[in-house]
Design a protein around this ligand. Structure first.
Ligand code: NAD
Ligand code: DAU
Length: 351
């Protein structure tokens, strides 16, 4: 089986790519990534020389490039993660999100449709990785199920909702074999330090203010990134075509409580007196259109395919903190922008 993973150099994509390359030595895994600011090949340095793995630098918005690639490589399946993923960036530059998340997805769907039309038994699956943000925001109670109506509020979630609709439309109109999953907030190693947890982790290490939007009362449902990758593997192999699965940790926290917990863990790990890091918390202007609460009902995934998270939030957060403390080079390279040089060194020189 030859699988194309898009966005494999990003946060979740790198964990999924590692899992697939190591767990399925008989598969050929291609990682297509544009290497935007969020893509970092150092995330995959441990598997870059595996014989069943290949990195391809490219842009999913470039339809001609994508069509040529699909015809040349004759993929059997696609797992699509490439996206612009940060809500705040979508507020300042929505068009970039339309281009990558909507047009990029449609380009991939068109290329997959051609392979499927030419050889229906050879192209088996287009797996689209999406987000719980397409469902909008919850009040104090209730959970998102697979039946919840779409109600996106940010340009990011609107672009992801649109891409989900296109994936379903290609299933219904052309019979393309598709699967979609919608996951809650991930955290873990290799998370780009613009997102809440890695941003605050980096700022605590460097004694900088921890910016909390509004009053910190917004609620997110956090899942360890490796558990997301495991869920994608299971859904990819076992889900019925045309299905959607919600993925979530059943793990709701207000932002302020997450950051207080992080402060306490890091007081201990950095040998600072209890309460030191909490003094860094700074309340700042709220995000425009800030969704109050997300909570995922992942009951269908548990019932149909037996998936449940493997670690608790406290365990996962501890693993995450340890990873960042042990990999401060990764963090420094990312914050200084040096990580882009990794591609030049590893790939341009050898090709
Ligand atoms: P990320 O921003 O860390 O990584 C995105 C990757 O896509 C990067 O490697 C980037 O270089 C690549 N990319 C961006 N534009 C591209 C283009 N035009 N062509 C090719 N590659 C391109 O994102 P992430 O947090 O790992 O999220 C991955 C996917 O999972 C996204 O589709 C996102 O919507 C979804 N998702 C994320 C979360 C989360 O909590 N992070 C939760 C649910 C779903
Ligand atoms: O729910 C899944 C989504 O989770 C994914 O689809 C997105 O790609 C991913 O970025 C994430 O979106 P959020 O907006 O929830 O994540 P972020 O880390 O940006 O913010 C988490 C919460 O913390 C949110 O309520 C906003 C708040 N926040 C964020 C930042 C960056 C702050 O209070 N301060 C900050 O500096």
């Amino acid at each position: 089986m030859k699988i194309l993973i898009t966005g494999g150099a990003g946060f979740i994509g790198s964990h999924l790519t590692r899992l697939m390359v190591n767990k399925y030595p008989g598969y050929t895994i291609h990682n297509l990534d544009k290497l935007t600011y969020a893509g970092n090949l150092a995330n995959l340095s441990d598997i870059e020389n595996n014989t069943n793995y290949k990195f391809i630098k490219g842009d999913i918005v470039d339809a001609e490039f994508i069509n040529d690639l699909f015809i040349r490589e004759q993929y059997n399946a696609v797992i699509h993660l490439a996206a612009e993923s940060h809500v705040d960036r979508s507020i300042s530059n929505p068009l970039e999100f339309v281009m990558t998340n909507v047009i990029g997805t449609v380009n991939l769907l068109n290329a997959a449709k051609t392979l499927y039309k030419n050889n229906p038994s050879s192209f088996i699956k287009f797996y689209h990785v999406s987000t719980d943000e397409v469902y909008g925001a919850l009040g104090e109670s209730g959970m998102f199920t697979e039946e919840t109506s779409y109600d996106p509020h940010s340009p990011y979630s609107a672009s992801k909702a649109s891409s989900d609709h296109f994936v379903r439309a290609y299933h219904d109109t052309y019979g393309l074999p598709v699967v979609i999953s919608n996951c809650s907030n991930n955290y873990g190693p290799n998370h780009f330090p613009e997102k809440l947890i890695p941003l605050c982790l980096n700022n605590i290490i460097n004694n900088k203010p921890l910016p909390i939007y509004g009053k910190g009362e917004n609620i997110r449902d956090w899942l360890f990134v490796v558990d997301h990758a495991i869920a994608i593997d299971i859904i990819f192999h076992e889900a019925k075509l045309g299905n959607t699965y919600n993925i979530g940790g059943h793990n709701e926290w207000t932002n302020i409580d997450v950051i207080r917990l992080l402060c306490r863990i890091l007081d201990k790990k950095l040998n600072r007196p209890e309460g030191t890091n909490e003094k860094l918390i700074t309340f700042v202007t709220d995000r425009a259109g800030h969704d109050l609460r997300y909570a995922i009902d992942a009951g269908k995934l548990k019932k149909d395919l037996g998936w449940v998270p493997s670690v608790t939030f406290e365990q996962g957060l501890e693993l995450t903190v340890d990873w960042y403390l042990d990999n401060q080079n990764w963090l420094n390279n990312v914050t200084s922008g040096n990580y882009a040089k990794y591609y030049e060194k590893q790939y341009l020189n050898s090709n």
